[in-house]
Design a protein around this ligand. Structure first.
Ligand SMILES: [Fe+2]
Ligand SMILES: [Fe+2]
Length: 267
């Protein structure tokens, strides 16, 4: 059944942190790799609003269902960043406003280029751009949810596991909306299928790759998606992309993991 904006709006809300004891991390700190992963996730969750700024200048702003979704989505992602920030703070790491401000300061010029290129391509593509945006969002949300699942498993920390379970549930709501809209819009338009396939094939990179330093992207992809379990998850996401109209055989995740892994081995 198609996920409607009304069913998503009914479920959307601030992340429930009741019963999450952040002081647990002071008594039982996370392994270094898990903490490094959470810094990445904190920064990327908080970057959502910048991504939203670019999207609202595209044809996406003319569709009320899409803008309603984006309003709730950005709110939920912000609270994911805030919750992860509390984990970082419990480890004595900077989080929240000072960390985000420093990141945005570094990215100011790149941000202007990113906004310009999004707007220019959207103007060229027209409404087909919305199908691309929905598909891109679905791939990123599938990847994000899988990343949290892998982290919950590998960190071996019960408090983190519970927190990530709650975050993943909300990511599931994002997945439902994006993938449902992507399927419907791609089905309706061959132009949208071709545009989306071209953009994914040539420009898609793992979530956060446009924001985070290359060595952090490489670390995260290796930490979460290498090995037999990581590979199985990457293949599962690729099969989901295969099922979207006109998007078969792209192997986005598999390609990204092997590319970043090979580079790392060469370092
Ligand atoms: Fe999130
Ligand atoms: Fe999400």
């Amino acid at each position: 059944m198609r996920t409607t904006i009304d069913s998503y709006k009914d479920r959307a809300g601030r992340l429930d942190l009741q019963g999450i004891e952040f002081d647990d991390f002071k008594d039982q700190p996370l392994p270094a790799e898990a903490l490094r992963s959470l810094k990445y996730m904190h920064d990327v969750e908080h970057h959502t609003v910048c991504y939203l700024r670019d999207l609202l200048l595209t044809p996406a702003h003319s569709d009320p269902a899409v803008t309603s979704f984006l309003s709730c989505w950005a709110f939920e992602e912000m609270w994911h960043g805030e919750a992860i920030g509390q984990v970082l703070e419990a480890h004595g790491e900077p989080a929240g406003a000072p960390r985000i401000a420093a990141l945005r300061q570094k990215r100011r010029r790149k941000e202007a280029f990113s906004a310009f290129s999004t707007i220019a391509s959207a103007a060229f593509a027209g409404r087909a751009f919305i199908a691309l945006h929905m598909t891109w969002g679905a791939v990123n949300e599938w990847t994000t949810q899988a990343g949290y699942s892998r982290l919950a498993e590998s960190a071996g920390h019960s408090t983190l596991k519970e927190l990530l379970k709650r975050i993943m549930k909300q990511e599931g709501g994002h997945i439902d909306f994006y993938s449902s809209e992507a399927g419907r819009r791609l089905e309706d338009s061959v132009k949208a299928q071709r545009l989306t396939r071209f953009a994914l094939k040539h420009f898609w990179r793992p979530v956060g790759a446009g924001v985070m330093p290359k060595e952090e992207v490489r670390f995260l992809v290796r930490y979460l998606f290498e090995g037999s379990k990581g590979q199985a998850i990457a293949e599962r996401i690729d099969r989901r992309v295969d099922r979207l109209p006109g998007q078969g055989g792209l192997h986005l995740l598999d390609g990204a993991v092997s590319k970043l892994s090979r580079r790392n081995l060469a370092v």
